[in-house]
Design a protein around this ligand. Structure first.
Ligand SMILES: [Zn+2]
Length: 86
């Protein structure tokens, strides 16, 4: 009988807080429904300043006064970390 040893690792998923991790970014998307029930879906540029997309939302509402429903879209970097024997 042949025996083989395998190394097993545990993987953990964590927010990536390394210095070289991509920044967390924020954007706003317009949720207002058009007359045909499709979503407007206009979206602000992503920014690492959470207040910039809010400024975009006010500008979007000035252009489309009936568009008053929004979602904040946050992109936060996560990374898999290996734990166990090396
Ligand atoms: Zn809109």
């Amino acid at each position: 009988m042949t025996r083989r040893t395998f190394a097993f690792f545990d993987w953990r998923l964590r927010p990536d807080q390394d210095a070289d991790a991509p920044p967390t970014t924020y954007a706003f998307r317009c949720l207002t429904l058009n007359d045909d029930d499709t979503e407007c879906a206009a979206k602000s540029p992503a920014s690492d300043d959470p207040t910039e997309p809010q400024t975009w939302a006010f500008a979007h509402m000035r252009e489309f006064p009936e568009h008053t429903s929004y979602a904040e879209v946050t992109e936060r970097p996560w990374a898999m970390w290996r734990e166990g024997p090396t």
